[in-house]
Write a protein that binds this ligand. Sequence first.
Ligand SMILES: CC(=O)SCCNC(=O)CCNC(=O)[C@H](O)C(C)(C)COP(=O)(O)OP(=O)(O)OC[C@H]1O[C@@H](n2cnc3c(N)ncnc32)[C@H](O)[C@@H]1OP(=O)(O)O
Length: 193
Amino acid sequence: MAQDYFADDPRTNRERMLAGDLYIADDPENARLAQRALRLADAYHRASVADDAGARSLLVELLGTLGEDAYVKPPLFVDYGENLHIGPRTFVNYNLTALDVATITIGADCQLGPGVQLLTPTHPVEPGPRRDKLEAALPIVLGDNVWLGGGVIVCPGVTIGDNTVVGAGAVVTKDLPANVVAVGNPARVVREI
Ligand SMILES: CC(=O)SCCNC(=O)CCNC(=O)[C@H](O)C(C)(C)COP(=O)(O)OP(=O)(O)OC[C@H]1O[C@@H](n2cnc3c(N)ncnc32)[C@H](O)[C@@H]1OP(=O)(O)O
């Protein structure tokens, strides 16, 4: 039986989540929104395969923001969709996993290679609270004209500055400034642009 971590906190788990505090992910409203996202992402994939003119409207319904002329190649995997904001003219290749428990903001004119993962949720490192399923989430921000190579993983709370390029397979654990190339795990700046 999980310890009652929230005995003195009258908020729901969803309210704690939205405040960026620790919560447990068994909130009924969260479950409803996650199911909605799963259904819409699947419908978007199917409509795209069928070359259905309505595909884009499904993506617009799923996401918080889809900028003008932004394009996302399916499949796309999200927690809620409504916390994912994609700027105009941004191109997202196959298999983006965007765990948008906290807000994910992708700027204008970005390019994301296949299999990118944008991960806002985090769990305590301490074994007890983690076993009790506590989690929290920190926002991710990509500036304008950022290029993430295939398979890049961006960790919770990271901001990447305008024009920056992240090499394929990098794991970005800390903020990256604007106008640099960074590669590796953990991602390190190798040069300025
Ligand atoms: C939107 C889309 O769909 S994109 C399509 C998918 N394409 C991709 O994912 C390609 C991503 N491209 C890369 O990863 C490229 O290697 C880039 C963009 C990082 C190269 O950037 P450049 O600044 O030209 O780097 P350059 O090739 O000079 O390499 C600099 C150093 O970093 C290393 N390096 C380059 N890429 C990587 C990488 N992904 N991981 C680790 N090290 C790398 C190089 O080996 C070199 O090391 P060295 O100095 O010891 O020889």
